[in-house]
Design a protein around this ligand. Sequence first.
Ligand SMILES: *[C@@H]1O[C@H](CO)[C@@H](O)[C@H](O)[C@H]1NC(C)=O
Ligand SMILES: *[C@@H]1O[C@H](CO)[C@@H](O)[C@H](O)[C@H]1NC(C)=O
Ligand SMILES: *[C@@H]1O[C@H](CO)[C@@H](O)[C@H](O)[C@H]1NC(C)=O
Length: 312
Amino acid sequence: MKISTKMIGIIFLARLLKQVDGKGEISDLESLAKTDAKYTALLKEINATFHNRPTHIKKNAEFEKNFQTVLIALNLSMYDIATKIDTYTDFTVYNQIRVELERKIFKKIQVAERLLKLENLLPKCRTFFGDQQSLLVRGFYQSNLMKLELLHDPSPECENVELQQIFIEPTSTTSKPHNYDIDIVKTLVKYHTRPWGNKTYKEFDEKIWILFMAINSEEQKFKKDALATFNKYDEHRAILDKALAIRIGEFTKQIPNEKNPCKVHLIRLKKELGRAMFAAIKKKHDILVESNYVRSCLNNNRKLYKGTYALN
Ligand SMILES: *[C@@H]1O[C@H](CO)[C@@H](O)[C@H](O)[C@H]1NC(C)=O
Ligand SMILES: *[C@@H]1O[C@H](CO)[C@@H](O)[C@H](O)[C@H]1NC(C)=O
Ligand SMILES: *[C@@H]1O[C@H](CO)[C@@H](O)[C@H](O)[C@H]1NC(C)=O
């Protein structure tokens, strides 16, 4: 990153300074001044945003170092435009990564907090998540590399395992009022998933994350409702996924026997059907409707895809 912006800066400068004599001079100086004004404004904006060191960046030495280079660059003349561009790029890249890592740290702290509130968490995992929580809080003040290391240091016993393995086996629940925590945990276990897991199935992940967060509620009623909401979504999802699978199977069988353009349409639709397996409910529904009826296949005297998925 550093090298390439430096290179761009140098090429840019070379172009600007190519004709220091003759007609080029005034307009080149003008455009140099314009570019300088642009980057100076951008650097000033950084100063304005972070001058008071909001939140935890107060005690972050790496941030401080990057911020000081911005102040130094602000002191430079327009002939140091390459350094200004460089400084701006470096700071922005550093800061974006910092923000993203801090977002992840925040989320991980939340997960630890929620788990620590559960009574049936295994003692060794209670210790682990307790320690992890304080390490993560300290991580806010550390360098991006340290943050990254913190985020990728999973416990082989409490994080890289299926969810049920971090809880004490429920003994007898008959005498107590219904405990929806156990039901929620069962649902999470069913999908061998944890809310900090696979992010490629956005809608599903969001729904299961909401369910996971419901564990934290004080009210059983809230947990019951969260579970009902998730189950309703999940039933609908399962029906659509089954219809998608059937449709994909039908297309797979038919494709070798078809001619273009029908064939190429079926291939495209098959790909989209596959992608819809990990998409939102609406997308699943839409692609099923779209592939119900493939116009270009009408003349080929083959079965139409009608009625395998009932519209609702
Ligand atoms: C940085 O921002 C502060 C507060 O807005 C301002 O007082 C200071 O002059 C700025 N520094 C530079 C170099 O622009
Ligand atoms: C900017 O320049 C002034 C005057 O030359 C100097 O006093 C100040 O320390 C410089 N600031 C930085 C951040 O380099
Ligand atoms: C994540 O999801 C993709 C499908 O979107 C799947 O192929 C992959 O195996 C999953 N990875 C894990 C670790 O579950």
